[in-house]
Design a protein around this ligand. Sequence first.
Ligand code: URA
Ligand code: SF4
Length: 343
Amino acid sequence: MSTVDSDREEFALLVRGLVGHLEWARQCGSLHFSREHDVPAPYVMEPWLDPPLEGPREPHSSPPSQRQEVPAEEPLRPADRAVEPRVSDASVASPRTLTAPVSAQTPSTKPVVATSVTLPIEVVSPMFFAELEERPELLAPVLSSANLSAEQRVRALSVLAEEVSACRKCQLCERRKQTVFSRGDSQAELFFVGEAPGADEDEQGVPFVGAAGQLLDKILAAMGMSDRDVYIANVAKCRPPNNRVPSLEESAACGAYLHRQLDIVRPKLVVALGKAAANFLLGRSSPMDQLRGIWHDLRGIPMMVTWHPSYLLRNPDAKKDTWQDMKVVLGRLGREPAPTTRT
Ligand code: URA
Ligand code: SF4
């Protein structure tokens, strides 16, 4: 490939990223970009690995292949994250109960200084440029998800759930009854990531409601937690036929939505349930004995990997491992297990 071609390709990539970002900002409720604002730092490719840009910027984390497991650290204190009023996530759990689209809602007038930028993987239609010319109000201050209020977070997730419900990016759309977006609370400190919906989830449109989900609920109860304390989503949002593991292509296509969910929720900790979710998030392909029970660095968010509840249903002896892992997670959150399960 000539230098000109590769420059062109790089430029096309940049433009696609920018367009993707504009779409994302619009979905987050942005109204216009302000020229008066000083953008405090250069835009970055992977925003949710970057801290908010109040202090000096940390260097980027290393690519997945060079990443080290992070050692356990001081427990996170509840005060580490600003407490925001809870906003009901009921509208997010099922796309059928979505709130009005962003464009139909009253925007916040408070200016938000641009911080970091999400460049979604999906390519947004060039029509978006034409739309921008006709509707300049779509150009808004860039909202970083780090700055999203509780309400904006719920709204951004609602818009994303709506987008997912119409998605046909991979072949899993063909046999789904409906997409399965999330369950739990978008203010949660703890984000559980599963693999893909099964038959019950496909039927109900909610993750982890079948047998594996009932076991997950028991684990949560033992942790002294409920759906108010966690956010739960899968790598794939549509049920794979015969509950097979999503292919790499399917995971890559759908995983972009999971990254956006992580970006919006910005949990303190992530728990990957099983090998498929863990390997997808870490961008590697490792066996469980190299993944489970240790802290991983998910672009700045500590992530614990534990057994998938379906595996635990087949191998009940492994439940003690998962309980061990969950106690480590609770310790890092500065929380105690439920009184009946403290041992
Ligand atoms: N298994 C998963 O990984 N996710 C679900 O939602 C249900 C079962
Ligand atoms: Fe779209 Fe994900 Fe469903 Fe594939 S699995 S069609 S990417 S929502």
